[in-house]
Design a binder for this molecule. Structure first.
Ligand code: FAD
Length: 396
């Protein structure tokens, strides 16, 4: 009987890992995927749903092929507890699942307590994040479409690292595009805890000036410390309080709960350190961690594309280890990230990251990758091409 491999989380990292564990083992590995959601919903492109030019249905894909075509056992549930000693996982339903090798790609947890009053404001339906694509994405669009003309749509950006560095600025473009058409007296206010825009900064600034003059205000070094749900007031660490009509406040983030609870978050208690040759946690043997949850090195972004790449390196290493294959891995990861600056035009940034054996880390390859010079419809088409390809790679 072959080893039992369990994957927790069917997002960009976990679903790819499950599929490639089967492919790399010639369909001999026994793979179980635990995921609470009935279908995969993509965060990439979800800002277009916030802006109202696309539907969530266009970003939703069935998990059916993973079981039917690839022979993966799917369990629709959440992992509640992992015992690394006995190698057993307790699910929310109470079911116990045993593993020989465990892969976890749980995404991020939003640290709601990092902004005083945020949990209450969320419960009252005043604030929401829409940083995991789903019902909140639609709810945020509804808040935008019911905002008065002349209103302020505030987006706060936590200190890096956080999930998807350019996504808050892409969201600002999508909201501004909607406002330009429907509520031109309104504006987007970006309150950024960072000193500057952390990704594609010059491109975003150019687009804001040219396409959305007066519609987007960017304020760096603005750490949000509290929110008052009753008065819709945002309290900043240094500057005066700000009132807004829509409050899209993004708190600090950490590795997904299950990773933190299992004691894997050994980088500042927030992110998981891994061995970059196989993505095994440095805290627990036989637990491999992928995607946003890991502590990254040298400008590796927390992106879906990167999670997909982690998954393939980990799957290859796990299959090799279980089969006692002699391998000498020298992994290379790529990343391409498209940001839509209007409903149809996009810009991209791309990079290549090579394993450096001497330093046991990934380092960007000088001269590889690149950045758009300006937004275009052509790149918008490539952006959708990127999405359809990665969804097929992950789920088809
Ligand atoms: P996820 O894809 O979030 O998957 C985590 C999965 O784990 C989820 O399905 C969740 O249900 C499941 N899970 C969590 N806990 C448990 C548990 N206890 N038990 C079982 N299952 C569990 N990236 C790009 O590459 N390009 C883009 O253009 C891009 N745009 C973005 C735009 C926005 C608005 C946002 C928010 C993100 C964007 N990203 C983009 C980033 C991308 O979404 C993430 O980097 C990617 O999803 C990370 O993959 P992951 O596997 O770590 O997490």
């Amino acid at each position: 009987q072959s080893a039992e491999i369990v994957v927790i989380g069917g997002g960009y990292g976990g679903a790819t890992a499950a599929k490639y564990l089967r492919l790399f083992s010639n369909n001999t590995a026994r793979v179980t995927l635990i995921e609470p959601n009935a279908s995969f919903i993509s965060c990439p492109l979800s800002n277009l749903v916030v802006g109202g030019s696309k539907n969530l249905a266009e970003l939703t894909i069935s998990y059916a092929n993973l079981s039917k075509r690839h022979g993966i056992k799917m369990i629709q549930d959440s992992a509640l507890q992992i015992d690394p000693e006995t190698k057993r996982i307790k699910l929310v339903s109470g079911e116990i699942v045993s593993y020989d090798k465990l892969v976890i790609s749980p995404g991020v947890s939003l640290l709601m307590d990092s902004i005083e009053g945020l949990s209450n404001a969320n419960r009252a339906g005043v604030t929401l994040q829409a940083w995991k694509a789903g019902p909140e994405t639609i709810a945020l669009h509804k808040q935008l479409s019911s905002m008065r003309d002349g209103g302020i749509f505030a987006i706060s950006v936590p200190e890096a690292p956080y999930r998807c560095p350019p996504a808050p600025y892409e969201r600002a473009c999508q909201v501004a595009s909607y406002l330009k058409q429907h509520k031109p007296k309104s504006k987007v206010l970006i309150l950024d805890a960072n000193q500057d825009i952390t990704s594609k900064g010059a491109l975003f600034r150019k687009v804001w000036a040219q396409n959305y003059p007066g519609l987007i205000e960017y304020r760096p070094n603005q750490n949000v410390i509290a929110v008052d749900a009753k008065t819709k007031t945002i309290k900043l660490e240094i500057d005066e309080d700000v009132k807004a009509d829509v409050l899209n406040l993004l708190p600090a983030m950490s590795a997904g709960d299950i990773a933190v609870k299992t004691g894997l978050a050994n980088s500042n208690g927030r992110w998981v350190n891994v061995n970059f040759l196989n993505f095994e946690s440095t805290a627990q043997k036989d637990i491999h961690v992928l995607g946003d949850a890991i502590q990254v090195a040298y400008a590796m972004p927390k992106s879906g594309h990167m999670a997909n790449q982690h998954a393939k390196v980990a799957a290859a290493a796990i299959v090799a280890e279980l089969n006692n294959w002699e391998v000498n891995p020298a992994p290379v990861l790529t990343n391409a990230c498209y940001s839509f600056v209007s409903p149809t035009q996009a810009v991209h940034v791309a990079s290549v990251h090579q394993y450096n054996a001497a330093e046991q880390t990934f380092k960007p390859v000088p001269g590889a990758g690149g950045l758009s010079s300006e937004p275009s419809l052509l790149e918008g088409g490539y952006g959708w091409g990127w999405a359809h390809n990665i969804w097929a790679d992950t789920l088809a």
